[in-house]
Ligand binder design. Structure first.
Ligand SMILES: [Zn+2]
Length: 87
């Protein structure tokens, strides 16, 4: 896997392939967010960053083989830098 050229969802930090991108209102591809977070120009769920981290930690742990503790530590560093949570 080449992380440098990879797109990460700017809401949940999931690595995105082409088919994982969300959609804008006009049906075009959304560059920043995945289809789980963003569809038809809107976020699919109105959550705050902490809730998103809670939701993602078990999935990240499973996907990467990290412990949930490690996954949470990483998420707490990464998420504040994502576009959705920066303001
Ligand atoms: Zn996402």
């Amino acid at each position: 896997m080449n992380f440098e050229n990879m797109n990460f969802c700017q809401s949940c930090a999931m690595p995105m392939n082409d088919e994982d991108h969300g959609t804008e209102k006009d049906g075009s591809k959304c560059e920043d967010y995945c289809k789980y977070c963003y569809q038809n120009g809107e976020f699919t769920s109105d959550v705050n960053m902490e809730e998103m981290i809670d939701f993602c930690v078990p999935k990240t742990a499973q996907a990467t083989g990290m412990s949930e503790e490690e996954a949470r530590k990483m998420s707490e560093e990464v998420f504040p830098k994502l576009k959705r949570w920066m303001e």
